[in-house]
Write a protein that binds this ligand. Structure first.
Ligand code: MN
Length: 704
């Protein structure tokens, strides 16, 4: 491990003198804060933050990130506060240190794979600044490199966590070099025996392989040179854990996994990539189906290269990667690669802009290949999360949409918890159910046995699940209430008809539901309760079904119409029946009945469908006004309309509508009135009065 002065000298290769002096004072500050603390290895503690900063310096990260790296453990392990860091090194540095400390506080408890994924997302979501994750990864990398000094129990736990949480994050951010190192270091501690065996085997095989590799390297170099392609060609070894993973996942023997030779070709530009590919395909035959163009279609983390597999000279497959220098940088350093070669005086906002630009450029690449939606989804979760991650009381992690409230959480846990929740404790504090949750919150729902969802919750829940469950509950409640009312109405009506609900057989109900085209008896009963069907109609229909056979007479008595039945009874617009008119009901499909006058043409047409005809009669007490149309033929004289209108008003009727034939110079003209009357008697009175007007020549009621 190099000392601070040596490293500062190295870093000054890309940092300005004033940056170095800030780093020097951060180093001094941290060293003083950690005074008296030692690593498990016995070294003074300051060696750890220094090493972490140095890892970040390899990616040419900015001075703020390096400063934060030097200070990353002071808040956790010493009495230093965020305010103090902010005062000494500026707010951005304090935010970074605070971000890393927050990540340290949340602990991954379960072993489930799905939970590991959520935990990774949670870490990424909590780190609003990608540099927080980079510092955390560098921290973990150094801890893994020095894990030997730690006691075995903790060693295994840390290594497993690295394998499940941190290595995949590094992979997702495209930090390939770190990803591989983290995996191999973890592998060595989680499965020490397997690691030893595999490492020995790889070492042993290397000797045999050297000859093949050398031969192929020579052939490739010569071929490329002949084709005029300037290139660096390297043999490539898989990292141990990827060999192990391949053996386990594909059930391959070690020899099978190792019987593959990897080569990497780095060229100057994109055109040269394809030139090199052509040259290689001419040298060795490509294996069909193995070629992948990640230049045209980059991977989600920005990785670009051409991949192809060739039949090698001794029959072993050769896996080839071809990429440019630029692509290689991204392949190795991923999200960190854009910091390389950036000027050191870039401010934080410019930095973020740069990150953004980098992501944007990936996005553009991606959209050319038409895969942008998936790519965007991926990025959103990683760096600009629109999901939050919260803990259940038992340490499980749930992901919820941004803006989710305690009620959303309750429904995410279980529908019953949602339906019965009454209050919530967030991080031990009792808060209203509408409280918006934040990533990292520990949420405990308080339920009560008889609690019910509140319709007002629909105003603030954001998850589809909560919304649909609340709606479902309210609808079910509504349904149950209307079923109860419908049953009562039906029982009354059946009793009035000399029958009872108990006398109706299942077969009768079945036939009725079939004819009405609904799923269940309950649906019909609920419709009765809601007033969508008339109890009398349903009752009569049921009774008529009790008497099969075409010759049976319909049950006695007619359905009495009051005019107050609501949507269950409609009055035909064609004939506009009014109380006193002889009427006939037609059962409309699924909903109630439509009342026509007995002489309406619709009825005449309906005669061949007697099943739908219903004997109905008016309740003598009906008081509701009904629309009726009359046509007047009047002498074409000034003021006649006023006279007629006055007479109608006098007779206690409202005029709903008037239509008068256009003036055509003739002596008589037609007036069509729609009036409101109580019944036939009322209408007759109006007509009698109108006949007294000298100009009125003829009056007829219009039907149909
Ligand atoms: Mn640390």
């Amino acid at each position: 491990m190099e000392t601070a002065p040596v490293l500062f000298k190295e870093w000054s290769g890309y940092l300005k003198p004033e940056d170095i002096s800030q780093l020097q004072s951060a180093y001094d500050f941290s060293e003083a804060a950690h005074e008296g603390q030692f690593r498990k290895s016995g070294e003074p503690y300051i060696s750890h933050p220094l090493a972490v900063a140095n890892i970040l310096a390899q990616w040419h990260l900015d001075p703020q990130a390096l400063t934060a790296a030097l200070l990353h453990d002071v808040m956790e392990d010493t009495a230093v506060t965020k305010t103090e860091i902010s005062r000494n090194f500026g707010k951005p540095v304090a935010e970074l240190v605070d971000g890393v400390s927050k990540l340290d506080k949340i602990e991954f408890e379960t072993q489930e794979e799905a939970q590991a994924e959520n935990f990774r997302k949670m870490l990424l979501a909590m780190a609003r600044d990608v540099r927080v994750i980079l510092i955390k990864l560098a921290d973990r990398l150094h801890n893994m490199r020095t894990l030997e000094a730690v006691e075995p129990e903790k060693r295994r736990r840390v290594a497993r966590e690295t394998l499940e949480i941190y290595a995949p994050i590094a992979n997702r951010l495209g930090l390939n070099a770190i990803f591989q190192e983290l995996e191999d270091l973890s592998f060595a501690h989680v499965f020490p025996e397997r690691y030893r065996v595999l490492a020995r085997a790889v070492k042993g095989a290397r000797g045999n392989r050297r000859e093949v590799v050398g031969k192929v390297l020579d052939a490739i170099r010569r071929k490329l040179k002949a084709g005029g392609v300037e290139a660096q060609v390297h043999g490539r070894e898989k990292h141990l854990y990827s060999i192990y993973r391949k053996m386990r996942e594909k059930h391959l023997a070690f020899a099978q996994v190792l019987d593959v030779f990897g080569f990497r070709i780095i060229v100057n530009d994109v055109a040269a990539c394809y030139l090199a590919l052509g040259a290689l395909h001419a040298l060795y035959k490509p294996i069909p189906g193995k070629f992948k163009d990640y230049i045209a279609i980059p991977k989600a983390n920005g990785y670009q290269s051409l991949h192809t597999t060739l039949f090698g000279p001794l029959g072993s497959p050769l896996e080839i990667q071809i990429r440019t220098q630029e692509m290689h940088k991204i392949a190795e350093a991923g999200v960190a690669s854009h910091w390389l070669y950036k000027s050191s005086d870039t401010s934080l906002s410019e930095l973020q802009k740069k990150t953004h630009q980098w992501l944007q450029s990936l996005l553009e690449l991606q959209s050319q290949s038409g895969d942008s939606v998936e790519f965007l989804e991926h990025l959103k979760v990683d760096l600009f999360p629109d999901e939050i991650y919260v803990f259940t009381p038992r340490g499980r992690i749930l992901s919820l949409p941004r803006g989710a409230t305690a009620v959303d959480f309750a429904y995410a846990v279980h529908t019953d918890i949602g339906n019965r929740c009454v209050a919530v404790k967030i991080n031990q504090e009792l808060l209203p159910l509408r409280t918006e949750l934040k990533t990292g919150d520990r949420v405990e729902i308080i339920t009560a046995a008889h609690a019910k969802p509140n319709p007002s919750w629909l105003n603030f829940v954001v998850s589809a699940k909560a919304r649909s469950r609340i709606r479902h509950f309210l609808k079910t409640m509504h349904f149950q209430e209307s079923v109860q009312l419908g049953e009562r109405l039906l029982n009354q009506t059946l009793a009035a008809l000399g029958s009872s609900a108990a006398a109706i057989s299942d077969a009768q109900w079945e036939q009725l539901t079939r004819e009405a085209g609904v799923k269940s008896k309950q649906e019909i009963v609920s419709d009765v309760g809601l007033g969508k069907r008339l109890a009398a109609v349903v009752a009569r229909k049921l009774l008529s079904l009790a008497a099969p056979g075409p010759h049976e007479a319909p049950p006695p008595g007619s359905v009495v119409i009051r005019g107050s039945e609501g949507v269950a009874v409609q009055y035909a617009h064609c004939c506009k029946p009014i109380p006193g008119d002889p009427i006939v009901g037609i059962i409309s499909k699924g909903q109630g009945i439509v009342i026509h006058t007995h002489d309406c043409p619709v009825i005449a047409r309906g005669r061949n469908d007697p099943e739908r005809m219903l004997d109905v009669s008016w309740d003598p007490e009906t008081r509701k006004p009904f629309d009726v149309s009359i046509k007047l033929v009047v002498a074409n004289r000034r003021g006649v309309l006023a006279k007629v209108a006055a007479e109608i008003a006098e007779a206690g009727s409202n005029i709903q509508n008037v239509a008068i034939d256009p003036e055509d110079g003739s002596d008589y003209t037609n007036m069509l009135f729609t009036l409101q009357v109580q019944n036939r008697l009322h209408l007759a009175g109006i007509v009698r009065e109108l006949r007294r007007i000298p100009e009125v020549a003829r009056i007829t009621r219009v039907k149909g």
